[in-house]
Design a protein around this ligand. Structure first.
Ligand code: NAI
Length: 260
């Protein structure tokens, strides 16, 4: 393993970011956006074909990216990801914990308790593993930004999505708690809380609910879905020096849903 780059050299080395769940949707858009902003991006996912496609798209647009297979439910894999980034670049600047699953769409009383465990394993423990892997090196460097992808369902109840909504409330709680723990070190921890965003997850959700897109958008004050690029722009802001005084925040990007 290379010695970590420090001092003057650190400031000249390329800034690095990893994004979990970068094979699709919001994660892919975020990987693109961070590459455009000049980061060497590590796009990670369990979907190898999708992740490799994300990297190919970034490289075709002139950015720097690599794919690393990482199942966020595996703490060792998350630690190995961070070690690989430090080995290659000597620094980790931004960690985006985006990988997530929707889980079953059922009334609470009808849910198998295992459904909670499965959703929590990815949506909660995946974020815990990422934060535990990233925080040490960031605190040591005295800088770094973590952005966790929660949901507007982390701020409000979401009928028939109890495991999902509960897991996303946990992500907001983890974000606020970690932010307070490291606030004085220069490391920031924030969350984004997207509303309904145009990705495969919403297509699946509509199918499970037996709803049309029109029925869904009627519930959204802005009367449209969000675009993954709009979430990526908020993540890029929270990751940037422009947000230097923003920590412990859960930012809703939801076309007005949370205001209702
Ligand atoms: P998506 O389904 O398009 O992408 C999710 C990605 O996570 C996939 O590439 C999948 O392979 C990956 N993934 C799943 N389990 C994984 C694991 N164990 N390890 C590593 N990667 C794994 O979904 P979308 O919509 O882009 O969602 C991204 C995040 O945004 C999720 O956390 C989701 O809960 C959240 N979100 C999405 C909203 C939406 O309306 N699309 C609304 C609010 C939050």
């Amino acid at each position: 393993m290379k010695a970590p780059i420090s001092g003057h050299t650190l400031s000249l080395a390329m800034r690095t970011a990893y994004v979990t769940g970068a094979a699709s949707g919001i994660g892919r858009a975020t990987a693109h956006r961070l590459a455009t902003d000049g980061f060497a991006v590590f796009a990670t996912d369990i979907d190898e074909a999708g992740g490799i496609e994300t990297v190919a798209q970034i490289e075709a647009a002139g950015g720097t990216a690599s794919f690393v297979r990482c199942d966020v439910t595996n703490a060792d894999a998350c630690r190995a990801l961070v070690a690989q980034i430090l080995d290659a670049h000597g620094r980790l600047d931004v960690a985006v914990h985006n990988a997530g699953i929707e889980g079953p769409v059922l009334p609470l009383a009808a849910l198998d308790p295992d459904a909670f465990r499965q959703v929590f394993e990815v949506n909660v423990m995946g974020v815990v593993h990422g934060m535990q892997a990233a925080l040490g090196t960031m605190v040591e460097a005295g800088q770094g930004s973590i952005v966790n992808v929660a949901s507007v369902a982390g701020l409000n109840g979401f009928p028939f999505h109890a495991p999902y909504a509960t897991s996303k409330h946990a992500v907001v709680g983890l974000t606020r708690t970690a932010a307070l723990e490291v606030a004085r070190t220069g490391v920031r921890v924030n969350a984004v809380c997207p509303g309904f965003t145009d990705t495969p997850m919403v297509d699946d959700g509509l199918q499970k609910m037996g709803q049309t897109l029109e029925q869904l958008t009627r519930r959204i004050p802005a009367r449209r879905l969000g675009h993954p690029d709009e979430v990526a722009a908020a993540i890029a802001y929270l990751a940037s020096a422009a947000a230097a005084y923003v920590t412990g925040h859960a930012l809703a990007l939801d076309g007005g849903l949370d205001a209702g």
